[in-house]
Design a protein around this ligand. Structure first.
Ligand code: CA
Length: 229
């Protein structure tokens, strides 16, 4: 039975193979990647249901991989950590790790964690309508309303506002916003983000809850409850 694709990012082949074996036995399709950049490509090309992510990778580390994944997709991530200080970093960075295991770990335990995370994620339906203060972002109708009155938004402005509103309270860098709204393969100036933010703010007027975070980028402040995760 096809239960969906799990991406395993681990440069130690023996660990990757073992995890592959156990997950495949449970009916998951397993993709393996040994580098961080390879993992990002695989996420984009194969849209896995979940990522098992080692922190120590030969190119960019697992935390950075997670940061970039999270900029574009709300994809569950289970970290593999080698040392206690890596655990501290996972927990300290508020990347929203869904779970983590410290090496050496039991593959059966990993399978149990994968199932538990997927059960939890599947229980949460993606919000079609995001309410952010006086602003309503209606994903079904692709419409922005301020105090219930529709405001004309371009496609990119809409995507940008929704991207921020779905991550309330989170300071996002211009690069994260670019990756999330324009895509990884869009090569352009990060100032593009500033230009579009300015447009969005103008259209929302005093209903805008977008805050500039100095040295970082932007954050959506919201009085609406944060998404469950
Ligand atoms: Ca490693």
């Amino acid at each position: 039975m096809e239960k969906g694709t799990i991406l395993v990012v681990e440069d130690e082949a023996n660990i990757a193979d073992l995890v592959d074996l156990y997950l495949a036995r449970e009916g998951y399709r397993v993709l393996k990647q040994a580098t961080g950049l390879g993992a990002l490509d695989a996420v984009r090309d194969h849209r896995p249901r979940l990522v098992v992510l080692d922190i120590g990778l030969p190119d960019i580390d697992g935390l950075e991989v997670c940061r970039r994944i999270r900029a574009t997709a709300n994809l569950p991530v289970i970290f593999l950590t080698a040392r206690g200080d890596e655990v501290d970093r996972v927990l300290g960075l508020e990347l929203g790790a869904d779970d983590y295991l410290t090496k050496p770990f039991s593959p059966a335990e990993l399978v149990a964690r994968v199932k538990a995370v997927l059960r939890r994620v599947d229980g949460v339906a993606p919000a079609e309508i995001v309410q952010s203060g006086r602003v309503t972002i209606d994903g079904g109708r692709r419409e922005i309303r301020v105090d219930d009155l529709p405001v004309d938004f371009t496609t990119k402005e809409f995507d940008l506002l929704r991207f921020l509103a779905e991550r309330p309270g989170l300071a996002l860098s211009r690069q994260q916003i670019l990756d999330g709204v324009w895509g990884y393969d869009w090569f352009g100036d990060v100032r593009t983000v500033d230009v579009h933010i300015a447009q969005v703010r103008k259209k929302l007027g005093d209903a805008s809850a977008i805050t500039t975070v100095r040295g970082v980028g932007y954050r959506m402040d919201s009085t609406s409850p944060a998404r469950a995760s």
